[in-house]
Design a protein around this ligand. Structure first.
Ligand code: CU
Length: 65
């Protein structure tokens, strides 16, 4: 499962914002975001461009660590 570190999440709302943003990326399914570890993971239904993952996280207001 691809996993990325997300910086800047502080609460449940941040987690939901990141989940939502990642879920919209083409090919991404089953997003899981863990606040404590700051990690987001997902399944690839089709090949996912990591650039799009990065952009989605940044557009939601967070940073990829
Ligand atoms: Cu928050």
């Amino acid at each position: 499962m691809p996993t990325v570190r997300v910086e800047g999440m502080t609460c449940r709302h941040c987690v939901m914002a990141v989940e939502k943003a990642l879920s919209r990326v083409e090919g991404v399914k089953g997003v899981r975001v863990d606040l404590e570890s700051g990690e987001a993971s997902f399944r690839e239904e089709s090949p996912v461009e990591m650039d799009k993952i990065r952009r989605a996280i940044e557009e939601a207001g967070y940073k990829v660590g």
